[in-house]
Design a protein around this ligand. Structure first.
Ligand SMILES: [Zn+2]
Ligand SMILES: [Zn+2]
Length: 759
């Protein structure tokens, strides 16, 4: 009997692929088998060529909803005679070549079941099916099967096993299957570590604690979230104190869309995002003059937007539907580190923050924070702020040529990620935190090891940032050394540029492209601190063609934390600057900083991040920030409030090619406008527009029609809107797509840069 073999790769495991193939084969009365292997899904059938091809076509055209096929192949194989169609046991291939499946949010069918008193999963907080539940967060190795996940020690009850074995059931081969009879166990601890309750009673307890203003750490999908009543200012204040996080906005989980819509502006696209399988945090503007029940002043001090999400696990769904009000849901961690995901660490480190720990006995393998997305207000440009749960780690771009060798790219320092290519698959890890403290460094190193283990492969080449002091660079050096493989070092902003080129499949572009790469800090080729860069990509080479005019970089990291120092450095020599600047400092500071700025051999910077800080400070919005990017956020908010409401046109008055001999903002004019009492909202808006004009100027001078944007500054959604509105008619614009514009894309960019330079 003619026998065909079909091989399919991509996101094909943990998405119901085998049951789907099984049912399709039955409906077409085909005989053979399907299995999961470490290199994808394999199928064999008895069929003529036409029928086999038609079978493959229907798989490719209408695959399971959550699947993503990146490769398929069909060929005639040795003749066999099958008597039925079956799912056969998983096998290991030579290559671990399947894309890791991300975690999926609660599906509508499971949601219905947990609220249905007649269903056996009524109120069961770990209800999942083939269309929802954890995947990446529980997988120990490939292929994805129950015994390779942290579900391995849970034995299914008879009824679950029946579902698992029934091809007609939604839980056929669902590896996360469990029910109240074979339950994942939950328990509640107090901050002293004493067990205070077990089983489903815990749910009622938690809701009771929220009502009393208590803080509860809850073990979710990617780690522990710290939660409390978002309508209770006292509880939030306590959380801020204990977490040592005075101002940085908290994310809020709403019980449902209806409650969310009463106070936040949400359009169709954003709604789809909130309810989608990835279920990220979406940053939404607050509706003014609505009866807001969350305490905005303590949730997001001095801001006009909220990072909102909907319950994405059955556990959160049950808790929130009972509580019926929004809760704060912020990553349980030490500031700047990734989310805590191990029970022991949670007990040690969250006990001082949370009053109670709500735990369960299903282990989490890797930490994943909630992903964060926003859409620009006018142009609806999608901006990834943090890429993690649901969005990482598989990077799928069919047009991207993945290098044939295994490359490890270590990324940057802040907002770290790493990238790993193996067997022509591309992975960019989830956000792994700021690599400044040991906890984050250990976590980074553990996740790297986990990847090498899962794919059972090691890098043949290592890439790192040029910054001599980055932990990621040292890690890369040690790794290359240990494996005796070559290592290359790349400049930070060139990696950013290569990243946005790669995302837009422009590595082989015949036309030249300008890269506008703006961020806070990166180690420059001239040993200065870059961050306001204009590159040209031409003939497969990247050259720096312009940069924001250098200003003094003093006091090391302190400058990034205190916007007033940037204001001083940029503004000191402007006429009448002292009038505004002097009151921000003590007499001693004024004297010392003045002396420092007068020195000749100061380190220089072109950082646009610091420029935003400086302008925010000159406008009196902020002197000292309590979290990274705060100055920029305040300035954006200030500008948006003008741009959104005033019909009066704004003009790029702070950058005019005629009056600007260098690539810089006319700070003197900003200071004059502040002193003359111009509305600071208007100054902020015109500052944003002036930056857009600066971009136009550089692009025109270099005769370029293509502009690509990367760097943390482009998380600013007003700036993105202004760029699109003002430049799209004259230029082709390229932004990041699947990755964040911030330093999370450095590791990806390092691989792209390697490709460009073609070593
Ligand atoms: Zn489901
Ligand atoms: Zn069961």
């Amino acid at each position: 009997m003619t026998t065909f073999h079909i091989h399919i790769q991509g996101i094909v495991q943990g998405v119901g692929f085998r049951p789907f193939v099984y049912n399709l084969a039955l409906s077409k009365e085909l005989l053979g088998w399907v299995n999961n292997s470490t290199d994808g899904v394999h199928i064999e059938i008895n069929a003529d060529e036409d029928i086999a091809q038609a079978f493959l076509d229907s798989i490719i055209e209408y695959p399971p909803e959550l699947a993503h096929i990146t490769y398929f192949n069909i060929f005639k194989t040795k003749e066999k005679e099958f008597s039925k169609f079956e799912i056969i046991h998983s096998v290991s291939a030579d290559e671990n070549n399947v894309l890791l499946t991300p975690d999926f949010g609660l599906c509508p069918t499971c949601k219905k079941e947990i609220h249905d008193p007649d269903n056996k999963r009524f109120n069961y907080p770990f209800t999942t099916c083939i269309n929802c539940g954890p995947r990446f967060s529980i997988i120990n190795k490939l292929p994805y099967d129950r015994e390779t996940t942290t579900m391995d020690h849970f034995e299914m009850c008879e009824s679950c096993q029946k579902e698992y074995n029934d091809p007609k059931n939604r839980r056929y081969y669902s590896q996360t299957n469990s029910c109240p009879d074979c339950s994942i166990e939950i328990s509640l601890l107090n901050s002293g570590g004493d067990l205070i309750d077990e089983g489903n009673n815990c749910l009622k307890d938690v809701v009771g604690f929220w009502k009393k203003g208590k803080i509860v750490a809850i073990k979710g999908i990617g780690g522990y979230l710290l939660t409390c009543d978002a309508t209770n200012p006292e509880a939030i204040k306590l959380l801020r104190q204990r977490k040592n996080r005075p101002d940085k906005p908290f994310a809020v989980m709403y019980p449902n869309l209806k409650v969310l819509k009463k106070e936040l502006k949400v359009n169709q696209v954003e709604q789809k995002e909130l309810q989608g399988v990835n279920a990220p945090i979406v940053i939404l503007d607050i509706i003014e003059q609505s009866n807001i029940i969350i305490d905005v002043d303590s949730v997001a001090p001095k801001l006009n937007c909220i990072g909102a999400m909907l319950p994405y696990t059955p556990l959160y769904e049950l808790l929130l539907s009972d509580f019926a009000k929004p809760v704060i849901a912020t990553s349980g961690n030490v500031s700047g580190s990734p989310i805590i995901f191990e029970d022991k660490q949670a007990e040690e480190e969250l006990a001082s923050i949370a009053d109670y720990l709500f735990i369960n006995n299903r282990d989490i393998v890797v930490p994943q924070d909630d992903s964060v997305i926003r859409y620009s207000a006018q142009q609806q440009q999608r901006i990834i702020i943090r890429r993690s749960r649901g969005l990482s780690p598989a990077y799928i771009n069919p047009e991207l040529k993945v290098p044939p060798l295994n490359i490890f790219a270590a990324g940057g320092g802040l907002k770290s990620t790493f990238s790993f290519t193996c067997f022509k698959n591309f992975y960019t890890s989830q956000y792994l935190g700021n690599l400044e403290n040991m906890i984050t460094q250990n976590s980074y190193s553990n996740v790297v090891d986990h990847f090498f283990e899962i794919f059972n492969s090691k890098p043949e080449l290592v890439l790192a940032d040029k910054h001599p002091l980055y932990y990621s660079r040292q890690f890369a050096v040690d790794l290359a050394d240990k494996l005796s493989v070559p290592i290359h070092y790349f400049q930070h902003h060139k990696a950013h540029f290569a990243a946005v080129l790669g995302e837009n499949n422009l590595l082989k572009s015949k036309e030249s492209i300008i890269g506008i790469i703006w961020d806070g800090t990166g180690y420059g080729d001239d040993n200065n601190i870059w961050g306001g860069e204009f590159f040209e990509f031409k003939n497969e080479e990247i050259n720096r063609i312009a940069h924001y005019e250098y200003f003094d970089h003093i006091l090391g990291d302190k400058m990034a934390k205190e916007p007033r120092i940037s204001a001083l450095s940029i503004g000191l020599n402007a006429e009448s600057a002292e009038e505004i600047l002097n009151p921000m400092f003590t007499r001693l500071e004024w004297h010392i900083y003045g002396v420092l700025l007068g020195k000749e051999n100061n380190l220089k910077t072109s950082s646009i991040g610091r420029l935003f800080d400086a302008v925010a400070s000159l406008l009196g919005l902020i002197d000292v920030s309590s979290f990274e990017g705060q100055g920029g956020m305040f300035l954006e908010k200030c500008a948006s409030s003008w741009y959104g409401k005033n019909k009066e046109a704004i003009h790029p008055v702070y950058f005019t090619p005629e009056s600007n001999s260098t690539i810089s903002i006319n700070i003197e004019k900003i200071i004059t406008d502040v002193i003359s009492g111009e509305a600071k909202e208007k100054i902020a808006a015109q500052f944003h527009l002036s930056l857009v004009e600066m971009i136009r100027h550089v692009a025109q001078k270099s005769n370029n029609k293509n502009l690509a944007f990367s760097g943390g500054v482009f998380q600013n959604s007003l700036l993105i809107d202004l760029i699109i509105e003002n430049l799209q008619d004259d230029f082709k614009l390229y932004f990041h797509k699947q990755l964040s514009p911030n330093d999370e894309n450095i590791s990806f960019g390092q691989v792209m840069l390697y490709e460009i330079l073609n070593y």
